[in-house]
Design a protein. Structure first.
Length: 429
């Protein structure tokens, strides 16, 4: 740690790095290398046996990526992080690190379309069942739990439904059962702190707000260090039974001297080692550059989004606006409990003309980019029913919050007058 500060504005610039010991470089260098020189045969053997930690091969770890990992862990309030090639990889590894064929997880229905497809199809093909439940009633998670349930999964601010998840309520259901809550916080970095409310693991697509510039794909898994993986060994067998790939190591025991990091160590030395979805050092460098300005950017994203919500609410051909700032009832209570400093940069709305109107609106935009990304510094728009969620059934689309006339906006950093001007002319076409 280059600083003991707990303020994200400082951590984003200083955590995990001060300067290069050899050259004095202030910027984090790009270690564009595959391999690392071992000091001796004994040193090499110790590294491979996990008797000491150090660089072996960039598929498993890299000095540039290590700075990003330490910085993310510090900002999030966790103990360690693992960066991977994409947010999809982070979601998959987060589950595969606990569940194997015959096991299940319970997930919120309010998910990004790519995650839904991963859970409903790809993990299913691997023998891992995902049980989808409506988080409006947290007790639905308990009802879907059995002896083979290994984790609960949710998004803090689900894309595109944008209903804040009841983190503390669901985490409290799982902990006495030995079931951790994994939270995807991609749409709410700095705005929500899942670890403070009992989540055990946080995942990110760093492609989005953390990177911020639409240049680099990446993902991260952050271990809160706040979950006792050994308290219910039958519930978490992958961390509590001998691992044949490491000479029978039992992870909760093998890494105990290093602290509560059994989960993240296994993800690195088993999943990342064997499946190999490593983040490139160059992308790690690019994401670090974005992270350094995240505290400034997220404020502007939120401010602009609030102004867009006010504008859309007054439009006659907009039948509904979806954003945490206009939530009511229990949804509003959760917004006030979990989001601080802003309500996020994503805005959804429904057009009276349905799918035809949504496609026509997208085609008329001039300033907004028509892309599948979110969290870019530029303003973005998409019609989910025909793109990001098109592989879902009509019923599953509605479960995730997507109707035929739904349009998702990711509000960028442009001047708000220009953003609203473009929305106005597109709505008038």
């Amino acid at each position: 740690m280059a600083t003991k500060s707990r303020h994200p504005e400082t951590l984003a610039l200083h955590a995990g790095w001060r300067a290069d010991a050899t050259t004095g470089s202030v910027a984090v260098p790009i270690h564009q290398t595959t391999s690392y020189q071992f000091n001796s045969p004994e040193h090499a053997a110790n590294l491979f046996a996990l008797k000491e930690f150090g660089n072996i091969y960039t598929r498993i770890m890299n000095p540039t990526t290590a700075v990003l990992e330490e910085r993310l862990a510090a900002i999030e309030g966790g103990v360690a992080a693992l960066c991977v090639a994409s947010g999809q990889t982070a979601s998959a590894y987060a589950i595969q690190n606990l569940a194997r064929a015959g096991d299940n997880i319970v997930s919120s229905t309010n998910l990004y379309g790519g995650t839904w497809n991963l859970f409903a199809n790809t993990l299913k093909d691997q023998g891992i069942e995902v049980r989808f439940v409506d988080p409006a009633d947290p007790e639905n998670f308990r009802r879907a739990t059995d002896d083979k349930t290994r984790a609960y999964y949710a998004e803090t601010l689900p894309n595109p439904k944008l209903k804040v998840f009841p983190i503390a309520e669901v985490a409290a259901i799982g902990r006495p059962l030995g079931i951790p809550l994994i939270v995807d916080n991609t749409a709410a970095p700095l705005l929500a702190r899942p670890f403070d409310h009992g989540a055990a693991i946080v995942v990110y697509s760093t492609t989005k707000y953390i990177g911020g510039h639409g240049t680099s794909i990446g993902g991260a898994i952050i271990d809160g260090g706040n979950f006792d993986w050994g308290a219910h060994p039958q519930r978490q067998p992958l961390l509590n039974t001998p691992d044949n790939s490491y000479h029978g190591a039992v992870w909760v025991e093998a890494v105990k001297p290093l602290g509560p990091i059994a989960y993240i160590i296994r993800a690195r030395v088993v999943l990342l080692r064997d499946l190999g979805a490593a983040l490139s050092p160059f992308n790690a460098f690019q994401i670090i550059q974005g992270l350094e300005t995240l505290p400034l950017r997220i404020t502007r994203h939120c401010e602009n989004a609030e102004a867009v919500v006010k504008f859309l609410t007054a439009q006659k051909n907009v039948t509904k606006v979806i954003h945490p700032s206009v939530a009511t009832g229990d949804d509003k209570i959760r917004v006030e409990k979990y989001l601080h400093g802003g309500h996020g940069g994503l805005v959804g709305f429904e057009l009276a003309g349905g799918k035809e109107a949504g496609v026509k609106f997208i085609s008329a935009l001039k300033l907004f980019y028509h892309v599948a990304n979110i969290g870019d510094s530029r303003s973005l728009a998409i019609h989910p029913a025909s793109t990001t969620h098109s592989q879902l059934s009509p019923e599953d689309q509605l479960s995730t919050g997507v109707s035929d006339g739904y349009v998702r906006l990711s509000i960028g950093l442009e001047h708000i007058d220009d953003i609203i001007e473009d929305l106005a002319q597109a709505l008038d076409t």
